[in-house]
Structures are given as structure tokens and as C-alpha cells.
Design a protein. Structure first.
Length: 241
């Protein structure tokens, strides 16, 4: 189950064989979350670090009147609680957006590995900085991009993040979010998301059915979304052709 963690870290920073062997040798307990739930943080052990291996999750904030803002998406290979691992304290609210598989690694085992593996420490640090880079792009989207630019940008980003750990299928990738969840991530109404997806279909840029997105022209979609992949800091971006 730590293969995906290795893939995520190596998508940003090369690891040597000793580092990969150390990560693959970490003890792992597998958690299964059967479907959507808004209290994911409460199911995670405080003395373990958790890596998402299947499905989609998110960090979010609720307003007192029930409105929700999704502030980040978590996909396969992402470390869910790295800040808690380093700083302690409570996790921010987390939700499962689909059935999940989660690899739980004891904190003590990872700490022991990091004592002798400075490059893994640097790689984990890099993932945190890249999360902040993604958050800045989301802020720009909500502040300045139009509806169709926001949707196009998110689709390009999600494709590349999944492709970096081998979770795409050619031009296709999973995106099991409802239109309401997309609206919560993009700062749009559900109706606006629906109309925007229809427009992207009309332009023959995407197909989106049963939680699967197919990209027909990544470069055109990226141009429409004002998307530049540098902020993802991928060593070898996998762009569909």
C-alpha cells in the first residue's frame, strides 16, 4: 500500500533505492471507508499517518447556515494528515467523497525511518509546499477565473495529479464528485456547474459520465482554463495526446 506514497513522492523528487525500500517496508494497516461521510477525520487514528490509496476525499469548512466550501481535494497517493504528524493538534474537517482505501502507518515507524533518510524528509516537505501551491491556484480560480475557466482548470489539475501516480486510464480519469460537490469546490452554484459542464461537452473538450471524465483535447482545455502546470512541480508531467 505504500507504493502509492513512493509514486507521489517520486513525482516531485527522485528517491534512491534505499529510500524506496525503507518506505515500502513500513508497517501498514488498511482502512476501508464504504462511502461518502463528512466525519472522516474522526475515523483516523491519532498515532498514525494516513495515505489515500483509493478514492477521493476533501478538506472543507462549514458555515453556520450550512453552506460548505471544499478547500482541497485529496487523491490517491496524497498524505492526509502530514501537518498533524509534524505539528500535532486536531485535523481539519475531512470528508470522504467516495469509497476510500487508506493506508495507516504508525507515526513511530515513519519517525524512525526519517531519522536515517533525509531525502524522504525533504520529499514529504515538498508535498506540503506543493499543497500550498495548489491552494494558491484555487484561490485565484475563485477570485478571478470565470466559471468555465474554473472547471477546465480543475479538470486539468486532477488529471495530472492522478496521472502522476498511475491512476488515469489514457485520456480518462475518475472524478466521482457530484455536481453539488464540484460547486462547493469551485465557488459556484450547482446550476452553474451543470451549465458549464454542458458547454465543455458542446465544445467537444470532455465527456463526463458515471464518475469518469474523458479529455478529448487537453491542450485546448488547458488554454481555456488558463492552466499552467508549473505550480504542480511534477518531474515528468503526463499529458494526454
Amino acid at each position: 500500500m505504500t507504493e502509492l506514497l513512493v509514486a507521489r513522492l517520486q513525482s516531485h523528487l527522485p528517491l534512491d533505492q534505499a529510500d524506496r525500500t525503507g518506505l515500502l517496508g513500513l508497517p501498514v494497516r488498511v482502512l476501508r471507508i464504504p462511502g461518502r461521510r463528512s466525519d472522516l477525520a474522526g475515523t483516523l487514528a491519532r498515532d498514525h499517518i494516513h495515505v489515500l490509496v483509493d478514492g477521493f476525499a476533501c478538506r472543507y469548512r462549514d458555515l453556520p447556515d450550512g453552506r460548505r466550501q471544499i478547500i482541497s481535494l485529496l487523491v490517491a497517493g496524497d498524505v492526509i494528515d502530514l501537518r498533524r504528524f509534524v505539528l500535532g493538534g486536531e485535523l481539519s474537517p475531512l470528508a470522504a467523497l467516495s469509497p476510500l482505501g487508506i493506508a495507516a502507518i504508525p507515526d513511530a515507524s515513519l519517525f524512525a525511518l526519517l531519522e536515517t533518510a533525509p531525502r524522504i524528509t525533504r520529499a514529504l516537505w515538498s508535498t506540503t509546499l506543493i499543497e500550498e501551491s495548489i491552494s494558491r491556484e484555487w484561490l485565484v480560480s475563485i477570485g478571478k477565473r470565470s466559471a468555465i475557466e474554473r472547471v477546465a482548470h480543475l479538470l486539468c489539475e486532477t488529471y495530472l495529479r492522478l496521472a502522476a501516480v498511475g491512476r488515469n486510464d489514457g485520456h480518462r480519469f475518475p472524478l466521482p464528485l457530484t455536481q453539488s460537490e464540484l460547486a462547493d469546490a469551485l465557488g459556484l452554484s450547482t446550476v452553474h456547474v451543470n451549465r458549464t459542464l454542458q458547454e465543455l461537452r458542446r465544445l467537444n473538450l470532455i465527456a463526463f459520465h458515471s464518475g469518469i471524465v474523458e479529455l478529448f483535447d487537453f491542450d485546448a482545455l488547458a488554454q481555456l482554463g488558463l492552466f499552467s502546470l508549473q505550480y504542480l512541480h511534477l518531474r515528468v508531467p503526463a499529458r494526454p495526446r
